[in-house]
Design a protein around this ligand. Structure first.
Ligand SMILES: NC(=O)c1ccc[n+]([C@@H]2O[C@H](COP(=O)([O-])OP(=O)(O)OC[C@H]3O[C@@H](n4cnc5c(N)ncnc54)[C@H](O)[C@@H]3O)[C@@H](O)[C@H]2O)c1
Ligand SMILES: O=C(O)C(=O)C[C@]1(C(=O)O)C=C[C@@H](O)C=C1
Length: 370
């Protein structure tokens, strides 16, 4: 096995394909060949089959198994001793198809849209080792380079989990989005509701917005392509129907039943999960509150060196501006910045002077302030 294998990406012009090309080339220093019918300049499938030591499928869920079968046929045994990977959100079909080749096979599922960061740091990556032997050390090197939090599972277990982690979450939020749409005529759309928001509503609306902003084919297939999703939907619907029936009845017995059937889930969660989830929610709640603060500055620090943040904060100190919060975040373009919130009553002119000094001195680039 070569220490620097050539990577072939099927679907190289897609959202994940592009991220992965950049990752393998820039982060791992590997040569990448890619095929995508959406990119006339991409390599022919035969180039991938001839040159790629590692072949990775980053293609639409619905097409992947059949596409892998095409590659198995075209490869005609040349894949023996090579490694085939995929990043399909549903694993059983893709992994089964790859196993029909003679290659070593591992299914991967990054539990995130391609991050704006160069690695999967802080994100989960599900790893379905289906047939792995000589490529194991290289696979470990790949997972280390990805910097994700790896969880190992069979393709079957992965798909069962995804019926809950993805299909249920997406279904609930798409249903909420549909209900909001139905009520829009009466109460107004989201813009009319937002001023009344709780942190829970804001988060749920953000999740729905996220789902509705990304690739619709993926969300369709996560419902329709996972053999376990219909059963999950039956249970979700049964719970909601039961709750609706109890509320319609409205008597003491119905309330008692509600407490027993719905609020008792706290027992099933367990004390530790409740405490951790509750704390996570509170932290996110404070974050949302901080982000809603009116006096703020978002600053990108061009120099990633020790002490650069202190230099930035020192400017505010010298101008007598007091900080209330500070969070690191990324712009939609992927640029890391610090969003600094200032205490209520901060004088706009004093803040503007501090902001101008930061910009003019080159300590940081102010992306936004208010
Ligand atoms: N985008 C995400 O959030 C996300 C997250 C995790 C996993 N995934 C998985 O990654 C895979 C790709 O998703 P995406 O978001 O990049 O989709 P995408 O639609 O952006 O990209 C898919 C690419 O496959 C190409 N393609 C279609 N037919 C092909 C063929 N015959 N040969 C080669 N390429 C072909 C398309 O032209 C397209 O460029 C999917 O299986 C998806 O489940 C996506
Ligand atoms: O929006 C995100 O970043 C996601 O997490 C996308 C998401 C998800 O909603 O579960 C969608 C499809 C992929 O399979 C993985 C993750």
């Amino acid at each position: 096995m070569k220490p620097f294998p050539v990577i072939g990406i099927v679907g190289s012009a897609g959202t994940y394909g592009r991220w992965l090309c950049g990752f393998f080339e820039r982060r791992m220093g590997l040569r990448v060949v890619g095929h995508d019918p959406g990119d006339a300049g991409s390599d022919a499938p035969e180039v991938l089959l001839e040159q790629a030591d590692v072949l990775l499928f980053a293609t639409p869920i619905r097409l992947t198994a059949a596409l892998v079968d095409d590659y198995v046929r075209l490869s005609a045994g040349r894949e023996a001793g090579r490694l085939w990977l995929d990043v399909t959100s549903i694993k059983q079909g893709a992994v089964d198809a790859m196993l029909r080749s003679r290659a070593e096979v591992v299914g991967l599922h990054p539990m995130t849209a391609p991050p704006k960061a160069p690695t999967m740091k802080g994100r989960v990556v599900v790893v379905c080792e289906a047939r792995i032997d000589r490529w194991r050390p290289w696979l470990q090197g790949l997972l280390d380079a990805l910097e994700g939090e790896c969880v190992h599972a069979s393709a079957e277990r992965h798909d069962r989990m995804m019926a809950l982690v993805q299909a249920m979450v997406h279904a609930s939020h798409l249903a909420q989005a549909g209900v909001l749409e139905e009520y829009a005529g009466d109460v107004g759309g989201l813009a009319a509701i937002m001023p009344f928001r709780s942190a829970s509503f804001e988060l749920d609306a953000a999740i729905a917005a996220r789902i509705l902003s990304l690739n619709p084919e993926i969300y369709e297939e996560i419902q329709f392509g996972n053999t376990h999703s219909a059963d999950m939907l039956d249970r979700l619907l049964a719970r909601l129907s039961e709750l609706r029936d109890l509320v319609r009845r409205g008597d003491d017995a119905a309330r008692a039943r509600f407490r027993a059937r719905f609020l008792q889930s706290r027992e099933a969660f367990g004390a530790q999960a409740l405490a951790e989830g509750n704390y996570a929610y509170e932290r996110v709640g404070y974050l949302l509150a901080d982000l809603a603060g009116r006096r703020f500055a978002s600053v990108h620090l061009p120099e990633d060196r020790p002490g650069s943040l202190r230099t930035l904060l020192h400017v505010f100190e010298r101008h007598g501006v007091s900080l209330e919060s500070i969070h690191s975040s990324r712009t939609p373009g992927g640029e890391v910045h610090f969003r600094i919130g200032f205490v209520r009553g901060t004088d706009a002119a004093t803040l503007a002077a501090a902001v101008a000094e930061i910009d003019d001195s080159g300590i940081g680039r102010v992306l936004e302030s208010g």
